[in-house]
Design a protein around this ligand. Sequence first.
Ligand SMILES: *Cc1c(COP(=O)(O)O)cnc(C)c1O
Length: 347
Amino acid sequence: MKLFVFPGNIEDDILAIGAQQLPYMRTPFFSQIVKESQEMILSLMGCPKGRAIFLTASGTGAMDAVVANYVSTKSKAFIIVGGSFGKRWEDLCTYYNLPHVVSNVEFGKDLDYIKLEENLSREKPEVLLCQQHETSSGQCFDVKRIGDLCKKYNISLVVDVISSFLADPLSMDEFGIDICITSSQKGLNILPGISVIALSERLINYPFTSTNYYFDFKENLKNLTRGQTPYSPATSLFLQMHERLVRMSKEGLDNIIASVRDKALLFRELCQQNGWSSLAENPSNCITGFFLPKNGDVLFSKLMDSGFTIMPGGVPNYFRVSHLGVQSKEDLMSLAQAIMAIENGEK
Ligand SMILES: *Cc1c(COP(=O)(O)O)cnc(C)c1O
């Protein structure tokens, strides 16, 4: 099966790591794995002097942890909601009863950065929560521009880069981001189960106040200094992540992003040739979203029968194809042919 979903197809030798007997984790060997993983991921995030907390949770667990430990210390949060993932920040702030204001952005549209500045200067929030890539629509926001505004108005910036990390250019230090979160099943292209919270150097001694026992930052940071997690880590997944990070560090961030972008551009070219219209105003390299004029109701299941899995979108006839994971240009061309055959009623 060719998987154009998250995490996508994974190399056999990475998968094989997960089939080994499980090593014990309270050992110098495992501490070394954690410490090296931290160093490699922070370097890829452009935040070499920060800290990376590893949670046994999917990405939403990391969002939850950030709201519980950090947003809870702020007088007001400003949330950019451009789709279901932005909405999740809003839901979490509502859940924890934290003061927040929401700025809704039309689905698939870019932010109006002038209006954003007006809103920030009027609302005076202490923290801004957003996504770099709103995965529901495919829209990529200009996080550097948001970072510049946050600097100007002295607002702390927290960015969910779960689906844009390793797909779109990012540097926490350069963009002025305090916290970035990601999770294992997106750009890292391994199974879901580990989420990562990267804290900038500025926050290492921050007085976090946790309202969540399992995700407590202070406890995690304390254990991290000896290369350990407070509770059982997802050990085998950690070993897969470590191997992935070794490979990606060798390849280099620019090359990784260029290869994802090449795949995205090729597939967008095929969409254009076939008349499948796109949605996002400024699309992330991570996914291509497109509308199918016909047979959208049967596309998903018929494609599965042909050996391809793609993601349905939230709206009728809208679909998303991920460019993360192992996929060749030939795979993308075969996918486009299979979609065309279904659209034409040949399948
Ligand atoms: C995938 C994703 C998440 C987290 O989803 P989980 O299913 O909890 O891993 C959050 N934000 C964005 C932008 C995502 O793409």
